[in-house]
Design a protein around this ligand. Sequence first.
Ligand code: FAD
Length: 450
Amino acid sequence: MTKFEEIELSGFGKYPKAKCRVTRPSGIAEILQSTREFTLTPRGLGRSYGDASINDSGIVAESLLMNKFISFDDSSGILNCEAGVSYKDILDVFVPRGWFPGVTPGTKYVTMGGAIASDVHGKNHHKVGSISSFVKNIRLLIASGEIMKCSREENSDLFWATVGGMGLTGFIIECELQLKKINSPFFNNRSVKLHNIDELFDKFEEFDDEYLYSVAWIDIVASGSKYGRNVLFLGNYSRFEELPIGLQQKSAMKYVEKKISVPFEIPFTTLNKLSVSLFNTAYYAAARSKDEYVHYDKYFYPLDFILNWNHIYSKSGLIQYQLNVPEDKGKEAIDKVLKKVVAFGGGSFLAVLKKMGDQDGILSFPFKGYTLSMDFPVRKGIIEMCKELDKIVMEYGGRTYLTKDSILDEKTFKQMYNGLWEKWMAIKVKYDPENKFTSNLARRIGLCPS
Ligand SMILES: Cc1cc2nc3c(=O)[nH]c(=O)nc-3n(C[C@H](O)[C@H](O)[C@H](O)COP(=O)(O)OP(=O)(O)OC[C@H]3O[C@@H](n4cnc5c(N)ncnc54)[C@H](O)[C@@H]3O)c2cc1C
């Protein structure tokens, strides 16, 4: 019998929440046992925003005890590890040895199983692709109880259905990753303060060859002449030789993180149009166009410095809306979306725009274009507003990101992922005909029956 606890579970957005049975297997036998008794949803660190790792009619199996490094080849940078290993685990052990993940999302509290299932991307997607570009193979426990080795060469249909497949093809047990050689933990960061979206799109192009990483923060509360003001952040790996002596000495040390914590859920939302507007005005005013060396922790994971920052959105939680639109009409589509959000008074201070490249995973979110992500506190009218955004996104042939999603309905999802979901479904039916692997997200968007 599977041992489990019944707890109220949510993703990082704290919306929606559901009472779930949660188990923490320490190995394959326990996962198999759970699949005999229940439908199952794999879960890592619960950093997806909505209900991707929630299952209120079966069981949720957390991978956190399956977190061992299995092998590492210091000459090639190939790491073999269990799926519960997190980015933080990898960074702590391998940065001092001169290796870095080829792709990282904006938090290091993400497991490799979760990263692969969402096929996560970083600020360098337009140059190197998403995490699957660095995954050599996966060992996947499927519904029949078999462990399938999947890669581009072996069981490739299952490989491409699993990267970005939101945990619905099986439980990722282990993966083999290619790490990237670095020789300092610092990054050269260039900040460019800009007045509007036109300038931003021009600068994306102007600096495209020069920088590996790029991302822009946009003030989506400002209107009138300040509409679309933003700061573009560009970056490259720093070479040890170019660092000032002080930083060369720090390169050898472990960076000490000082974190502040939002200790409990605030019963009312502290974010309203006024507070966000004040924050954004202060942030933009303080921003300077400059070049600096920044430690990777601060460069990639600024939000991790505020532990539990999602608590500032109060008990009702937040919706993260992330869209991707094709490159050719990207500027026009983003402009339409931003105008709608500004008119609504959406109240998001976290709005970031990135360039995206192509990706091969069947349900992977990226394709060549521009991606915009925005946080909205859950409040009256917000879902309706997001549905209006969906219409704009679809008008331009775009889609939204499943790992951030909490509002898509089946019809909209199937339009956005037209031609892809059908291809994915044929593979799902082949390997999991009884839908042993499911989730609240999967049932909501029609990837599994209710
Ligand atoms: C602050 C913040 C910043 C972020 N920035 C980015 C970003 O820049 N780019 C980006 O792409 N994403 C980003 N994300 C989203 C995050 O990277 C993904 O949601 C990731 O999947 C979370 O991993 P997790 O371990 O928490 O998995 P969970 O949230 O627990 O699960 C996510 C999905 O993975 C599946 N899954 C988990 N473990 C396994 C397993 N072992 N086998 C099979 N399936 C599994 C689950 O079923 C679920 O569908 C961000 C999230 C936060 C909170």
